[in-house]
Design a protein around this ligand. Structure first.
Ligand code: HEM
Length: 191
């Protein structure tokens, strides 16, 4: 949501797709998600710039290795800095820009085999909740954008929004996000 508020073009494009696809339906259901291509790209881009588990789970090196010139002895605890890799200009064009379209070609996925993009990790300890999380994020975001328009509190420009993050095992916003919702499609229970 903060990235969408900071990037009104992206917010408008997502809402346009939703309204075109749902055609006034009372609410967003799981079946609608299939046609919502742009929401999926937004979620991927959000996971790229704000990976939820920025250093993944710790690994232990099973045999001595040399990585990028460094000797890694057996038994070393290794953290993979996904946050850094996800913003590395070596792999990402305009790495600091929030641009969901970068995933349009569908060549980079978060299934654990594209090592420049592993917000759910990779290998045996990869997140088992990935598809559950994906469905939840898509439906929640779709509902927020379908039923409401969102504005920053008066006097605050999108460029002034504080994006400071707080790092722990998981990564989140340091300060809560306050937005004003304006109802657009009144909420009704799905038939
Ligand atoms: C946006 C949502 C989520 C993200 C980005 C995420 C990300 C991750 C990451 C990066 C790991 C570590 C993987 C690794 O080190 O290779 C992990 C582990 C795990 N996740 Fe998730 N996760 C999410 C949601 C969920 C949900 C909804 C569930 C359960 C319903 C879940 C259950 C787990 C469990 C049990 C592990 C530990 C797996 C293990 O140690 O073998 N996660 N997750």
């Amino acid at each position: 949501m903060p990235e969408l508020v900071k990037n009104p073009r992206v917010m408008r494009k997502a809402q346009a797709e939703l309204h075109e696809s749902l055609q006034g339906k009372p609410t967003v259901t799981e079946d609608d998600l299939i046609n919502l291509k742009y929401i999926k790209l937004i979620i991927k881009e959000a996971l790229r710039v704000h990976p939820v588990v920025p250093l993944l789970l710790p690994r232990e090196c099973q045999e001595p290795r040399k990585i990028m010139g460094y000797d890694i002895p057996k038994g070393t605890t290794v953290f993979v800095n996904v946050w850094m890799i996800s913003r590395d200009p070596k792999y990402w064009d305009e790495a600091e820009t929030f641009k969901p379209e970068r995933f349009e070609a569908g060549t980079v996925e978060f299934k654990g085999t594209d090592f420049e993009f592993t917000p759910f990790g990779s290998g045996r300890r990869m997140c088992p909740g990935m598809t559950f999380a994906q469905a939840n994020m898509e439906q929640l975001l779709a509902m927020l954008l379908y039923h409401f328009d969102w504005e920053l509190p008066e006097g605050l420009a999108p460029s002034e929004l504080d994006m400071t993050e707080e790092v722990g095992i998981t990564l989140g916003r340091k300060h809560d996000l306050y937005l004003n919702p304006f109802a657009r499609v009144p909420m009704q229970a799905a038939p």
